[in-house]
Design a protein around this ligand. Structure first.
Ligand SMILES: [Zn+2]
Length: 471
């Protein structure tokens, strides 16, 4: 007797042999995958009809900032600095635990609906240290598998020193380290949550604190995560200050290693790619956010060829989506056009980056990322009996290049059905959307004149909307 039986599906296992099995049954018990095969002929409390469905491991979003789910639609067509200074800081400097919790609910809802089952959230907004507790509670209630990165900012936020409205997000070293350790000790390994420690970047955190974070991460045996060489300016400033490039400098402090995740890595040199490969450092690649903010194009094919494990992520509001299918398709297309080579990044490789490789980036590969007996049951069902995905043809290109997050019908995490036939079961969708709308209004109001100016900017005569003066 199984808890759940999925019958007669097309299964993309994403196992080592990359098996794709037709007319396949999957048995789930106690949150684990217990049986895979044709005509299992067993009883189950719940049977899900897998006909006309692709079943595959849930997608893994290796980098996001959930709080930004509440504030999409204000900043756009901006490079890194207006993005942070004119858009983010005024709105988010007044984040409270209640608002943080709602941002987590909204992000979780979007992820469940588009087939993400595990993700990494980099939370550095400690205007109140309860914020991260509140957002983690929301994720745990949603049923998703979360990798919570306790973030650190002590010198600047996105390069802005501790003045004005950025002040509230910068904290003292001792307090940050103390709160981080308490957070990890109370959360790591419980309720599908694992933890990491995440300096904002090498310029937002001073050398002493950066070293202390690394030491704490090693002591707690958890992952270390930071934004590395995303925007070209940070590399110039690092060369000026330390005579080392960004990853070289982080490496000199002891950052690199099997449990370390470098976010972005757009401007890594050949030597730094080798350094990441040699040390087992992972990369979280966020193609849509990198494109929107004008960061540049990461050398993903080169990274993969060097042996680096690369996962995909949305990053925050800069991607304007939590739909990992959009991220995956963009990742493939971007490399094809950049290299003028249609084989530069293939559909099969990208699907691995979205599942097994993403799990390895977050250190979750023993539990999730593929559908194999013994692994936790984190899987999704995609309707293939619809106009954009008619049954037939090869599954991988149709999933990667034709499917959208809205084609996901059912999302299961840890053997619990979070969404069935597009009805979210673990959260009240209408309530979450209502609360999120109210929370957004509060944040926009607290963003003051600067935010109002962005919101009310007229249609631009030329150029980007944020450059136009209102009134
Ligand atoms: Zn980020």
């Amino acid at each position: 007797m199984f808890d759940i039986l999925i019958s007669g599906c097309t299964l993309l296992t994403m196992n080592r042999k990359n098996e794709i099995l037709d007319d396949c049954d999957i048995g789930i018990n106690d949150g684990r995958i217990q049986a895979i095969g044709r005509n299992l002929n067993v009883q189950a409390e719940k049977v899900l009809d897998g006909r006309d469905k692709y079943v595959l491991p849930g997608f893994i979003n290796t980098h996001t900032h959930a709080y930004q789910s509440l504030i999409e639609g204000v900043g756009y067509d901006m490079h890194f600095n207006p993005w942070n200074l004119r858009y983010l800081i005024p709105i988010i400097s007044n984040m409270t635990p209640d608002l943080a919790g709602i941002s987590g609910e909204l992000a979780a809802l979007e992820m469940i609906k588009s087939g993400t089952t595990a993700f990494s959230d980099h939370w550095y907004l400690h205007t109140d240290f309860e914020n991260i507790e509140s957002v983690t509670d929301s994720f745990e209630k949603s049923g998703l598998r979360s990798h919570m990165v306790f973030g650190f900012l002590n010198e600047s936020f996105a390069g802005r020193k501790s003045t004005g409205s950025a002040q509230g997000v910068l904290k003292e070293d001792a307090e940050l380290l103390d709160r981080a350790e308490r957070f990890v000790r109370s959360r790591h390994g419980r309720n599908r949550t694992t933890c990491g420690l995440g300096p904002g970047s090498t310029e937002d955190v001073g050398t002493d604190l950066f070293r202390n974070i690394i030491n704490l991460g090693r002591k707690l045996d958890i992952s270390l995560v930071t934004h590395i060489a995303g925007w070209v300016e940070i590399v110039s400033r690092s060369l000026e200050k330390y005579r080392l490039r960004d990853l070289e400098y982080a490496h000199s402090l002891g950052f690199t290693g099997e449990k370390s995740i470098a976010i972005h890595g757009v401007w890594l040199s050949e030597d730094e790619i080798r350094l990441a490969a040699d040390t087992g450092t992972k990369i979280a690649h966020n193609p849509v956010a990198n494109m929107h903010l004008g960061y540049g194009i990461a050398s993903v094919p080169r990274m993969i060829k060097s042996g680096i494990t690369v996962g995909l992520g949305t990053d925050g509001a800069a991607s304007y989506t939590y739909d990992m299918l959009e991220i995956g398709k963009t990742a493939a297309m971007l490399q094809k056009v950049d290299k003028m080579d249609a084989e530069a990044l293939t559909a099969e490789k990208v699907l691995q980056m979205m599942t097994v490789d993403g799990a390895a980036v977050l250190g979750l590969e023993k539990d999730t990322g593929s559908i194999e007996i013994g692994k936790r049951a984190d899987l999704i069902m995609i309707d293939n009996n619809c106009s954009n995905l008619l049954p037939g043809g090869r599954a991988v290109p149709k999933i990667l290049y034709s499917a959208r997050g809205s084609d996901v019908t059912t999302t299961i995490v840890d053997g619990r059905i979070l969404m069935e036939d597009r009805v979210v079961l673990s959260m009240n969708e209408k309530e979450v959307v209502r609360r999120a709308g109210e929370a957004q209004a509060v944040l926009f109001r607290n963003g003051g004149a600067e935010t109002a100016e962005l919101l009310n900017a007229p249609w631009p005569d030329k150029g980007a909307s944020w450059r136009t003066q209102n009134g």
